[in-house]
Unconditional design. Structure first.
Length: 256
């Protein structure tokens, strides 16, 4: 067993540098609020929109979905208020209704498998004071537009260039013999985020690099287990009895 653990650790150390940079850095996401009310009064309902962006720039691309999604408010006396998010038509966009008593509240974004994100401090009555960004996006990076007209408020996050959301032209049925008017353009059809992601390359950390690591580690473990079972079988094999060893070389004469 000790040799097995050592071999698995060595294999992980060899394959770790081959993983994508964002996978080695760990998984993280950012909750970005839509324009928040300037003044929040006690026990008055408000609708709040927010975005949950993996690595701060794109919708979640891993397997399954994110749950729970929402906003969590924690009072100075330890009281916790949780408001679940409802998905909106745009990818990674949610909304919730909040009704907050008077006091000072720590506001966090709940992001499913990702750690809660520190949004800021809400004073009621009063307003929201945003916390410093936990994961600042470096200036000069390249980002993808997944959204079209409705985008996260911070887009494009100081990016040097933006890859446009190119939508394929839709083909409309026309009567036989009809011709397209000169200069007319075909209407566009919305493309699902998964199709857009596939077109520019899937950056999900759950893809081939992890599959290669798992397969390689499973192969090493299987080989060592087979070798261990073979050695155990050899140790359990019974020895020939001494009387048989004494009779070796004797000639057996049978009377007919």
């Amino acid at each position: 067993m000790r040799r097995l653990l050592v071999a698995l650790a060595a294999m992980a150390a060899i394959l770790a540098p081959a993983l994508p940079a964002h996978a080695r850095a760990g998984f993280w996401a950012v909750t970005e609020l839509d324009p928040f009310p300037a003044q929040v009064r006690p026990d008055v309902p408000y609708t709040v929109g927010f975005w949950v962006l993996q690595h701060g720039t794109h919708p979640y691309e891993g397997p399954g979905g994110l749950d729970p999604i929402g906003l969590r408010l924690t009072g100075e006396d330890g009281t916790t208020l949780t408001f679940g998010g409802t998905p909106l038509p745009e990818p990674a966009h949610y909304a919730t209704s909040v009704k907050v008593p008077a006091g000072r509240w720590r506001v966090q974004g709940l992001q499913g498998m990702f750690a809660p994100y520190e949004i800021g401090t809400l004073t009621v009555p009063g307003g929201l004071k945003a916390a410093p960004p936990q994961f600042p996006v470096p200036a000069g990076s390249e980002v993808m537009d997944y959204w079209g007209p409705v985008k996260p408020p911070g887009f494009p996050w100081k990016a040097a260039s933006v890859i446009p959301n190119r939508l394929p032209a839709a083909t409309s049925a026309q009567p036989a013999g009809a011709t397209q008017p000169a200069g007319a353009t075909q209407p566009v059809r919305a493309t699902q985020p998964a199709q857009i992601s596939a077109a520019v390359g899937d950056s999900s950390p759950w893809r081939q690099p992890y599959a290669l690591v798992i397969v390689a580690m499973a192969a090493v473990a299987g080989t060592l287990l087979v070798q261990r079972a073979a050695r155990a079988a050899v140790r359990r094999r019974p020895h020939d009895p001494p009387e048989r060893e004494a009779r070796e070389g004797e000639e057996v004469i049978s009377a007919g």
